[in-house]
Design a binder for this molecule. Structure first.
Ligand code: MBD
Ligand code: FE
Length: 306
């Protein structure tokens, strides 16, 4: 079939058959996607068996709750970031910390403190270095933003995230810290290790078919929000990781690479109240003022709330 015949057929089956109330936006998207699928079947001569294997794949990926992971791995989530950047540029919005993907592993409801937070439950302090993350939240001109909500989450020494990894304590390595009156925040935690897709999972299954790995560099996620500012979804990725610029989720970006400095000075160790040398990362966040003309940065997606 040619495209005209395809579009005619899709319209006959999905538009002309309407007898009830129509959600015109959903109708528009369904008609387009079904037409594009039929076209791909034509162009690639996709067989019936291949089509059913594809649908079975989505069944399995959904049952495994891996569709969010698949969206990251196929670059869909990063593509949406690039589109959001483009929309911002068109609206004349510049500056501020770059955005990058949320990923599928956020959990709402983490414990909240002001200024300082201890993120780890202490179970890994003998295994991996302590990490102090410090930074300020400012506007794009450098004016401090007190009381900004800084939500931080990251993986443990095995690259696993609490809640999804039931062996970890509740909200381990997940915290909300409000910036101080001077705009600063400090998080004491443990060094994250890069995530790898479950090797027997549905996402890695398709990555294998593409000859791709499913690894992320060591990284730390952020949501940063404050009244009057655009919500920022971002991460820093840590210098020195072999996957820094080979991230299966394409989240590493210029301006989001952090260097973990070794701190060995005895007075610094004592001042921090830790026993040994530790790592230190500075991650300052610049928020962009909200404006009526600015595209929204709020994304409504299903998130776990524990
Ligand atoms: C992660 O930790 C992550 O950040 C993404 C994007 C996908 C899988 C695991
Ligand atoms: Fe992550």
């Amino acid at each position: 079939m040619n495209r005209q015949e395809i579009d005619q057929l899709v319209k006959q089956m999905n538009v002309d058959t309407a007898t009830g109330e129509v959600d015109t936006r959903v109708q528009q998207i369904v008609v387009r996607l079904v037409g594009d699928l039929f076209q791909a079947i034509e162009d690639l001569d996709i067989s019936q068996t291949e089509l059913w294997k594809g649908l079975e794949y989505f069944t399995d990926a959904g049952q495994a709750n891996e569709l969010g992971l698949l969206a990251a791995g196929l670059g869909l989530e990063h593509y949406l970031d690039l589109r959001a950047d483009e929309a911002d540029a068109k609206a004349g919005i510049t500056g501020g910390t770059p955005r990058t993907i949320e990923g599928p592993l956020y959990v709402a409801g983490a414990p909240e403190t002001v200024g300082f937070t201890r993120m780890d439950d202490g179970s890994e302090t003998d295994k991996i270095p302590t990490l102090f993350i410090e930074g300020t939240v400012t506007d794009t001109e450098g004016n401090i933003i007190p009381n900004a909500k800084v939500e931080i989450w990251h993986a443990n020494s095995l690259g696993n995230y609490s809640f999804f990894d039931k062996s970890q304590s509740d909200f381990n390595l997940r915290r909300t810290v409000l910036s101080n009156t001077d705009g600063s925040y400090t998080a004491q935690t443990t060094m994250p290790v890069g995530y790898g897709c479950p090797p027997e999972g549905t996402t890695q299954f398709v990555l294998n078919k593409l000859g791709r790995h499913g690894n992320r560099p060591s990284h730390v996620h952020y949501f940063v929000s404050a009244p009057g500012y655009r919500k920022l979804t971002t991460q820093f990725n840590i210098e020195g990781d072999k996957y820094l610029w080979d991230d299966f989720a394409f989240a590493t970006r210029d301006g989001l690479v952090a260097t973990a400095m070794d701190v060995t000075d005895a007075t610094e160790i004592e001042r921090r109240g830790v026993k040994e040398a530790f790592k230190h990362i500075q991650f300052n966040v610049k928020l962009v003022k909200d404006a009526a003309t600015a595209p929204s940065t709020e994304v409504d997606r299903r998130r776990v709330s524990a």
